[in-house]
Ligand binder design. Sequence first.
Ligand SMILES: Nc1nc2c(ncn2[C@@H]2O[C@H](COP(=O)(O)OP(=O)(O)OP(=O)(O)O)[C@@H](O)[C@H]2O)c(=O)[nH]1
Ligand SMILES: Nc1nc2c(ncn2[C@@H]2O[C@H](COP(=O)(O)OP(=O)(O)OP(=O)(O)O)[C@@H](O)[C@H]2O)c(=O)[nH]1
Ligand SMILES: [Mg+2]
Ligand SMILES: [Mg+2]
Lengths: 291, 277
Amino acid sequence: SFTEKLGGIFRKLGGKGRITESNVQEALRELRFTLLDADVNFEVVKKFIANVKEAAMGEEVLKSLTPHQQFFKIVKDNLIDMLGGEHAALATGPKKPTVYLLCGLQGSGKTTTCGKLAGQQSKKGKRVLATPLDIYRPAAIEQLRIVAGKTGVSFFFPEGDNDPVSIARKAVSHAEDNNYDLLLLDTAGRLHVDEKMMEEVRAIISAVNPTEVLLVVDGMTGQDAVNIATSFDPVGVTGIVLTKMDGDTRGGAALSVKYATGKPIKLIGTGEKFDALESFHPDRFVSRILD
Amino acid sequence: IGRAVKIDDEFCERLEEALLLSDVGASTAALIVDEIKSKAMEKRPADAEALNALVVDILAEILESGAAAEPLAPGLNVVMMMGVNGSGKTTTIGKLAMRYKAEGRKVMLAACDTFRAAASEQLEIWAKRSDVPIIRQREGADPSAVMYDAIQAARARGADLLIADTAGRLHTQSNLMRELQKIQRVAVEKAGVENFRAWLVLDSTIGRNSYNQVQQFGQAVPVDALVLTKMDGTARGGVVFSILKEWRMPIMFVGVGEKMEDLLPFNASEFSRALLG
Ligand SMILES: Nc1nc2c(ncn2[C@@H]2O[C@H](COP(=O)(O)OP(=O)(O)OP(=O)(O)O)[C@@H](O)[C@H]2O)c(=O)[nH]1
Ligand SMILES: Nc1nc2c(ncn2[C@@H]2O[C@H](COP(=O)(O)OP(=O)(O)OP(=O)(O)O)[C@@H](O)[C@H]2O)c(=O)[nH]1
Ligand SMILES: [Mg+2]
Ligand SMILES: [Mg+2]
């Protein structure tokens, strides 16, 4: 693990029990390797290493810590800092219904997350309505209909309408007329480089002005996480959902996405069942990335 | 004697950066840069263009070191598609059905994902698109039972290719890995299928985790081939280098979109050229 490797580096360099230019170089190399291996984006790693080096060299010697402990603390603190504080809660809109829209790349987990959100929010006593805006993927509408049924929330789809902007507007009207607290809009997976589809999601957002635009990102995403996040951010992303974190991915994409957008990671998907949605804890994430 | 182009630190750094940004991974990138550096010093390419061609060749060679793809055997071939959640299995099967049917095969599909909402409905739509028969049961049925039924139906109709869809699963879920083993066992031992293959579908936007996926899926069911999806995005799929340095297996196809025709045979040189950007 990273902390064991650090121990080895500082131990063999002996030294006078403080961080020096020479022992920090090897520690930074090890850190770079650890972060790249954890799928943190190359540019983000470069920036992070520079920050850590500056902090390490400028650090007051803490008499109570060995150089190993001190360096590790600097890394941990900087990672937690970069990942943002915890408990960025989901916002409620100024009037009913509050609208949440989910967007992201193909297969990232939007429809399933929609179901999880539906279940979570209805358990809090909210009247929830779910509407699919994915008119492309085979059986996508049916998938959300089944998911809504399983999570005990209402489902609305205006039959025959194949314009996502129009479907979204009708869903809002239906939610208003029937006194729903929360409307969840599930969108089709799309590539950030597909200009036509990015224009579609901009049009939907502009038409219904969601309180939350949640970018759903697969937790196993590699270097591409920065490209995805940077391209989606301008449509008005308000928060990130990182999915499939129940596997053994180190989750470096979290750092990349946070760095690229500055937006809070609001939720973590931890399984396929509809209760598998947790709030984000940066310190747990850091242990995972540094493992 | 022409002057060779300089293989200096700047070249190595730029090359390593291109590899890292393509998800090649830190240790594999370092290995590859060393290999390229020593080969380039030996071959002494005359200019930047020749050097680039040499780099592409070396990368392609690593990719082609995987075993060659096995052609389909006579009689019934069963291909089980497996992979993590959302990687593109169902869509890839839809594309393969059309491709193999166009090659004159009698194709059938088996909807062995009996877990996820609307999974069978999704595959059913793909089956209709290429007009091939599909065997499915209701949600919650035993996937091995669907496989068994599908094999019987395939034999009855004289099909020579049965492609089975399975539910997405993480390789860390040991009970689900056992489920895959059971489906294979039922096909091979119970139904006596002689030509059974398992293809692992990898999403090219995924980083290092794809390596773990090959390792752990492979421990459950031998991986006969890989399919790399979503190469129409900006991800480069470089993780395949570390995979192919460890295991010998062909990359059969590359998914380049969501439509029926968006499936290309894997080409090592084109892949390597695209990777270098
Ligand atoms: N293990 C695990 N699987 C997940 C998680 N979230 C979603 N999935 C699975 O990932 C797969 C894809 O999920 P979907 O909800 O269909 O993804 P999507 O983003 O709506 O896909 P598209 O609409 O095609 O873009 C399904 O098999 C889900 O069950 C998670 O947190 N953990
Ligand atoms: N852009 C692009 N999208 C793809 C490609 N292959 C699949 N997809 C999309 O990725 C999403 C997931 O595809 P599926 O075929 O449902 O994936 P899966 O592995 O069967 O998912 P689960 O069964 O839920 O595990 C869908 O929106 C597909 O249209 C590809 O090559 N390029
Ligand atoms: Mg969906
Ligand atoms: Mg599927």
